[in-house]
Design a protein around this ligand. Structure first.
Ligand code: PBG
Length: 322
């Protein structure tokens, strides 16, 4: 029955009515806050391209997490800026590695905070690529061995979940096998499954000091033009034992999130990345947009597309309103 019998505006007339029929509700349970940990004590080093975010030394990270936990953030995703880097990123596997220290301190101070560690080599290699370089390109099969070592090392410090973001083939399987061998069969893997070679990571690379020193990441991260390939990536990661699959970035890839949602039956995470965050902050700083409304709209759209989990630097702002 069409107009005038059907009038879709009928259900939009009051806030209560709109609340009653709202299809997508963002909650604090959906959110993960990314954080950057660096060496030293008392260090709070603001990241200029990501207002509101800083590189934090372990002690300051603990304080920041105490604050975040107090306002309703239940899960954080850690990235490390190490004291020294090496050719293969092996500093990321050390008992006294920067993220290892952070995990120990956080699990001690805030045992209920859910601590996830990004697993990748780009922050730890001198060349800034996500793995071991052989003949000018990242060598897949050597790299996945270091990623497995990194994962086991983080598990041994008590991390709650690992999130490999390197985009090597077969890494989820190798990490799963290594974790199981060491008895961590209950430690979940959130795989960055469909991770695109994106310009939206720019501010992050300043934050994590992880920009590649030569070339780019196009031989391992996905071509932004491809959607079908994302489904193949996700299928393989599920087969290899991923517990949660991720699409990254989020906003330019809402179609991919939706396709993953309708094709598979597995929790989906979306990463609302640094460049997406910085665009909003820059426009807000200029008074061009209503930041609060825009952030809510962005995060709601990511959930509406099918994401169960949203990783976002906006988490610390929006959580206060949820
Ligand atoms: C590491 C990694 C990156 C991001 C998360 N993990 C950067 C990259 O691939 O260069 C980006 C996150 C963001 O932009 O917020 N591989």
């Amino acid at each position: 029955m069409s107009f005038p019998t059907t009038r879709l505006r009928r259900l939009r007339q009051t806030p209560v009515l709109r609340n009653l029929v709202r299809e997508t509700i963002l909650t604090r349970d959906d959110l993960i806050m990314p954080l950057f940990v660096c060496p030293g004590t008392g260090v709070v080093n603001p990241i200029s391209s990501m207002p509101g975010n800083s590189q934090l030394s372990v002690d300051m990270l603990v304080e920041e997490c105490r604050r975040l936990y107090g306002i309703g953030i239940q899960a954080v995703l850690l990235f490390g800026i190490p004291e020294h880097k090496d050719e293969h990123g092996l500093v990321a596997c050390e008992h006294n590695g920067i993220v290892q220290q952070a995990v120990r301190a956080l699990k001690k101070a805030l045992p209920d905070l859910y601590v996830i560690a990004d697993v990748c080599n780009c922050e730890y290699t001198v060349h800034g690529h996500c793995g071991t370089i052989v003949d000018g390109d990242v060598h897949n099969d050597l790299t996945i061995e270091t990623l497995a070592r990194q994962s086991v090392s983080l598990a041994q410090e008590g991390v709650d979940m690992v999130a490999p973001s390197d985009m090597m083939d077969g890494r989820v399987g190798v990490i799963r096998k290594a974790l199981d061998e060491y008895g961590f069969y209950n430690l979940p893997i959130m795989a960055y499954s469909a991770k695109y070679a994106s310009s939206f990571y720019g501010p992050f690379r300043e934050a994590a000091e992880s920009a590649p020193k030569f070339g780019n990441r196009s031989t391992y991260q996905m071509d932004p033009a491809n959607g079908n390939e994302a489904l193949r990536e996700v299928a393989l990661d599920i087969e290899e034992g991923a517990d949660i699959v991720m699409v990254k970035p989020a906003l330019s890839y809402l179609d991919v999130i939706q396709r993953v949602k309708t094709t598979f039956n597995i929790p989906i995470a979306a990463y609302n990345v640094s460049g997406e965050y910085s665009m909003v902050k820059a426009a807000a700083a200029n008074g061009w947009i209503d930041e609060k409304r825009m952030v809510r709209e962005i995060l709601t759209s990511i959930k509406r597309a099918g994401s169960d989990i949203i990783i976002s630097y906006h988490a610390q702002d929006i959580v206060k309103e949820l």
